[in-house]
Ligand binder design. Structure first.
Ligand code: MG
Length: 342
């Protein structure tokens, strides 16, 4: 198998502020793996706060290239992925780009969409959230207009004017919303007070209210919270799911955090077995990585897969949204077509 890659940058339609500062773009790398003339596509997205960048991904992919060059079939997908995972610690987005491209390739070789390879039905795909970043009321009003076709919204909180943001949204729409605090509240008592207030605002759940690694405080909050609390920054890989049972009500699983579809599927099944809720999320990604994630969305309670809707330069066609519902196509693999030469 032959791996090639191309560094690229995605630009946001609306620059946004989160706890980590103002962001206008995200570095990505597109990966292609070719076997017998068939090409599988993958993507690594690297938000700066996770520690990967163009250079680290390129360095990792050069090592992966040597591993893949030894394989002349894709029959042992899990064996190949284990070998890729053991090449280095971390590098989860780089690993995900290889995992996605290999799943796409396997689907194309066997002529099956990935959702059916995982035993899922595309009609079980959920709605996607449409994300609104922290912003001034007048900007929120404009963004809500763009969010019109979407039936559920995700609001980023963790600023000094959280209640004002919710009040602005509630003055315009009564759509259900989920709240993502991105580690933005610092005290558990304040978080509980806010969650009580939010529980009267048609909120579905609250994601990562406190900074990561504060599991005792989250357990305290979880015991008292009228809303489900979902882990994002606190959950990364398979072993984390079990550790969070009884501390969080559910987990936000993202391909870029957990090394790709293979591990994400195992995490979802584990979370289900433990009675936990499952949200599938994404970083700022094109329709390539998001279509890959969407293949697993029928296994999830909720999906937050609006990445391609929020960027200016998407360069793949893939999963579609109809009135906010995820619509998977019947193409083999992850179901994507590049819209321009990569
Ligand atoms: Mg989050």
């Amino acid at each position: 198998m032959r791996l090639t890659y191309l560094p690229h940058t995605l630009y946001f339609k609306h620059p946004f502020i989160i706890a980590h500062g103002m962001r206008t773009s995200t570095p990505v790398v597109f990966t292609e793996i070719e076997l017998d003339g068939v090409i599988g596509y993958g993507e690594a997205s690297m938000p700066p706060y996770l520690g990967e960048n163009h250079e680290t991904v390129a360095a990792f992919l050069n090592k992966a290239k040597d591993v893949l060059a030894r394989y002349t079939t894709i029959d042992d997908l899990s064996g190949i992925l284990n070998e890729i995972d053991s090449l280095d610690k971390n590098n989860t987005a780089a690993k995900a780009s290889v995992d996605i491209a290999l799943h796409d390739l396997l689907g194309k070789i066997t002529n099956k969409p990935c959702y059916s390879m995982f035993g899922l039905k595309k009609q079980d795909a959920p709605l996607t959230f449409y994300t609104l970043g922290i912003d001034k009321p007048e900007v929120l009003v404009e963004k809500l207009r763009e969010a019109e076709p979407y039936r559920i919204l995700k609001i980023k909180l963790g600023s000094d004017n959280d209640k004002e943001i919710i009040n602005t949204i509630r003055s315009i729409t009564d759509k259900p919303i989920s709240v993502d605090v991105n580690q933005g509240w610092k005290e558990k008592e304040y978080a509980l007070e806010m969650i009580h207030w939010l529980s009267g605002q048609h909120v579905l759940f609250v994601e990562q209210p406190l900074p990561k690694n504060r599991l005792d405080d989250v357990a305290w909050l979880n015991e008292r919270s009228p809303l489900d609390i979902i882990a994002d920054e606190d959950v990364q890989r398979f072993d984390d799911v079990q550790k969070l049972q009884g501390i969080y009500k559910g987990v936000n699983i993202k391909l870029m955090k957990c090394t790709g579809l293979f591990e994400a599927n195992r995490m979802m099944l584990k979370a289900r077995e433990l009675g936990m809720k499952v949200l599938i999320g994404c970083m700022s990604e094109t329709s390539c990585a998001v279509s890959a994630a969407a293949q697993l969305s029928p296994l999830c309670d909720w999906a937050d897969l609006d990445g391609p809707l929020l960027i200016k330069n998407n360069c793949f066609e893939g999963v579609q949204f109809e009135l906010g519902k995820i619509v998977l196509n019947d193409l083999p693999g992850i179901g994507v077509v590049p819209t321009k030469a990569l």
